[in-house]
Write a protein that binds this ligand. Structure first.
Ligand SMILES: [Zn+2]
Length: 92
């Protein structure tokens, strides 16, 4: 009689970003990510800046919402800016 095939549990090591909590299999990939993570204050990106205004939904479903914005007047397109000269920390 053939042995029953059972799944073998495997424990893997992954590397997590301390700022946004995503993980990568390779440590080098995570080191590279942390350097440009938008949640990392050292990146001086919009998501950690006091001037960042998050997007808002419209007041009712037919009304368009408002896109994310910068109250320091910095213009950004689809990608929030990094290493911004107007960046100031969100938490004082
Ligand atoms: Zn991150």
């Amino acid at each position: 009689m053939a042995a029953v095939a059972l799944p073998i549990p495997v424990v893997v090591t992954r590397h997590q970003c301390p700022f946004c909590r995503i993980t990568r299999a390779k440590r080098e990939a995570m080191v590279a990510h942390i350097a440009r993570c938008w949640q990392n204050p050292a990146t001086r990106a919009c998501k950690t800046c006091v001037h960042y205004v998050p997007p808002e939904e419209g007041p009712y479903p037919e009304h368009p919402g408002w896109p994310e914005d910068c109250d320091a007047g910095v213009d950004f397109g689809d990608q929030p800016a990094a290493n911004c000269p107007s960046w100031q920390p969100k938490e004082a």
